[in-house]
Ligand binder design. Structure first.
Ligand SMILES: NC(=O)c1ccc[n+]([C@@H]2O[C@H](COP(=O)([O-])OP(=O)(O)OC[C@H]3O[C@@H](n4cnc5c(N)ncnc54)[C@H](O)[C@@H]3O)[C@@H](O)[C@H]2O)c1
Length: 251
């Protein structure tokens, strides 16, 4: 029996990187995965590869910044399956720029995706979770939502916002048996970080920061935390922070 057998799990940004790994692991452990992304070709490829490995998945195009798209996807899934048990708010972008060089457009864009997208998704899914009387919301923040780092003020502001938005959700919806927890990955080898991690040694060292394991993680190493929070194994975790950072924040 899989660890999330029978659950319906919606993942944003499931086309590549960590989102894809979360989709694959959740499906491997028995969930029906609703893969969503604005990248339709890669998102569909994620769902197809899960299906060809014997898992259950379907792809729905979704730009997390457009509320009407959220409502349409959620209504569609609830009409088909009756409920959505798990929401993984994973889609995100990074802006690596000094504060004074960050433009207003860059600030607004990163907040739209990393913060407003999480708000829209959570708001869209809560009515169905309330009716079902259960649900697990997993929000992907970052170590940059916990501690400071160079040249990423806008990104850090969004990830700090996700951290406390998660706690607010946990407080208000515990009465409906809906849990919300945040995940704080350190340096993970994904398309988002590939150029920085695989360029020169100086850049790699700068991005690795105080990662005491001295390596970047593979996406799946974060997916196991997402799986735990999605499953009933984490039934007493609510408003908590799971840090998966190779020791970055330990020093
Ligand atoms: N890679 C890291 O080291 C790292 C560390 C900590 C936290 N994170 C966070 O983890 C999450 C996933 O990061 P990743 O490294 O896998 O990123 P990635 O760039 O490899 O993949 C991000 C995915 O999100 C999708 N996406 C972007 N904007 C979208 C939108 N508006 N609507 C829908 N989908 C959208 C992209 O198409 C892509 O499939 C992000 O929230 C990121 O901030 C990443």
């Amino acid at each position: 029996m899989g660890r999330v057998d029978g659950k319906i799990a919606l993942v944003t940004g499931g086309a590549m990187g960590m989102g894809r790994a979360h989709c694959e692991l959740l499906a491997f452990e028995g969930a029906t995965v609703i893969v969503t992304d604005m990248n339709e070709a890669e998102g569909k490829a994620t769902a197809d590869s899960i299906i060809s490995s014997g898992g259950k998945a379907e792809f729905h195009p979704l730009n997390v910044t457009i509320e009407s798209e959220w409502l349409s996807v959620v209504n569609n899934i609830v009409a088909t399956y009756g409920q959505i048990d798990v929401l993984v708010n994973n889609a995100g972008i990074v802006v690596m720029k000094a504060l004074e060089e960050t433009t207003t457009e860059e600030w607004d864009r990163i907040f739209d995706i990393n913060v407003k997208g999480v708000f829209f998704g959570t708001k869209a899914i809560l009515p169905a979770m309330k009716i079902a009387g259960s649900g697990s919301i997993v929000n992907i923040s970052s170590i940059y939502g916990l501690v400071g780092a160079p040249v990423s003020a806008a990104y850090q502001a969004t990830k700090g916002a996700v951290r406390l938005f998660t706690k607010a959700t946990a407080v208000d919806y515990a009465q409906y048996n809906i849990r919300a927890n945040s995940v704080h990955p350190g340096v993970i080898d994904t398309p988002m970080t590939k150029d920085l991690l695989h360029s020169d040694e100086e850049t790699r060292k700068a991005i690795m920061g105080t990662t005491i394991l001295d390596r970047a993680a593979q996406p799946k190493e974060v997916s196991y935390a997402v799986l735990h929070l999605a499953s009933d194994e984490s039934s007493f975790m609510n408003g908590s922070e799971m840090v998966i950072d190779g020791g970055y924040t330990a020093v």
